[in-house]
Ligand binder design. Structure first.
Ligand code: NAP
Length: 313
């Protein structure tokens, strides 16, 4: 059972699960849930879902998610909605004797003041960046819950920590979305209006981006092959970190945008960097190959333009 099965990551998992032989051996049935199947903040709705599907394994993706500006604006909702969803899913997973739960954290929940690269042992070593503390503390508690459930009840609950995800089916809202989908939308509008592209912030912050279809393959690997309660970072390497300016120019090039590019330094940059180590992943899954950034951006921008009318904006 995949919660959040209609979102950015859930859609990529669905595509993978439906691909012949990729993730769907004959003895598996995958169920992809959206909020329309039940509001996971509501314990009664969650119980109904568990009764209906009797899941043996859960990939728990559902969350209130957003970019920097949405995080700064709705801290109460980021905290309350995410804590409620996570608590309801894990409570019932224990009660229904689910064999494994893989939940999803994020590298943006790590301490603001830290040494780099960050690794899986550092999650609780200091306060997160103030811009997203509602989201960050709610997510951190999943790690606490996983260990508590393992110790007290022997549950196989674990979590993964992706860096910035992008791909088809993202939220392309300029106000509320993440940086890459927001840039794709801005380039599209700048192109239509024959205006320059305005990038928010200085363009200097550094980010590691992971393509949703790569992340989906890694989720399936974690579900089958990773047997620890401790979280694992799912990220491209430190060498593949890009600054926002490069990311913006890659998007512009993929979309054939030839206008000017302006950086609006009056807008917040957010955290300067959150470089994560993928050493644990490389040690355990050395043969995994990531899609090159420019190729994944090209696939995503094509999907966005082709699906502009219906994409989340
Ligand atoms: N995007 C990133 O860059 C990123 C980075 C690191 C970690 N993550 C984590 O990855 C996971 C998936 O993120 P995403 O980017 O795929 O998110 P997304 O595209 O915003 O999708 C969110 C999903 O959660 C569902 N959902 C939201 N509120 C719900 C509720 N109250 N009850 C039931 N379902 C609800 C949505 O259902 P509807 O479609 O019906 O609304 C949707 O399927 C999240 O846990 C997120 O924290 C994301």
């Amino acid at each position: 059972m995949v919660t959040g099965g209609t979102g950015l990551v859930g859609s990529a998992l669905k595509k993978l699960a439906q691909a012949d032989g990729a993730a769907n051996p004959a003895d598996e049935r995958w169920v992809f849930l959206s909020s329309k199947d039940g509001d996971l903040r509501d314990p009664v709705a969650v119980r109904t879902l568990f009764e209906r599907h009797r899941p043996t394994h859960i990939i728990h993706l559902a969350a209130m998610v957003g970019g920097l500006f949405k995080n700064m604006k709705y801290k109460v909702e980021f905290w309350r909605d995410n804590v409620a969803m996570n608590d309801n899913v894990l409570t019932l997973a224990k009660e229904y004797k689910v064999r494994k739960v893989v939940s999803c954290l994020s590298t943006c929940i790590f301490p603001d003041k830290t040494s780099y690269p960050i690794d899986e042992t550092m999650i609780h070593n200091g306060p997160p960046h103030p811009s997203n503390e509602g989201y960050a503390y709610a997510k951190r508690m999943v790690d606490v819950q996983n260990r508590a459930y393992a110790e007290e009840y022997g549950c196989a609950f674990t979590s993964v920590i992706p860096t910035n995800v992008f791909g088809p089916h993202d939220n392309y809202s300029i106000e509320d979305g993440h940086v890459l989908p927001g840039l794709m939308h801005k380039v599209h509008l700048a192109q239509q209006r024959s205006e320059p592209l305005t990038v928010w912030g200085t363009g200097r912050p550094l980010r590691q981006f992971i393509f949703s279809e790569d992340l989906a393959r890694l989720f399936v690997w974690v579900l089958r092959e990773y047997h620890s309660v401790e979280p694992i970072i799912l990220s491209v390497g430190e060498d593949d970190e890009v600054d926002i300016k490069t990311a913006a120019l890659t998007v512009a090039s993929a979309m054939g945008f030839t206008g000017g590019v302006v950086f609006d330094a009056t807008k917040s940059d957010g955290q300067y960097k959150k470089t994560a180590s993928n050493a644990k992943l490389r040690a355990l899954n050395p043969s995994f190959r990531f899609t090159p950034f420019a190729d994944a951006v090209a696939i995503t921008t094509k999907w966005f333009v082709d699906n502009y009318a219906t994409a989340r904006k």
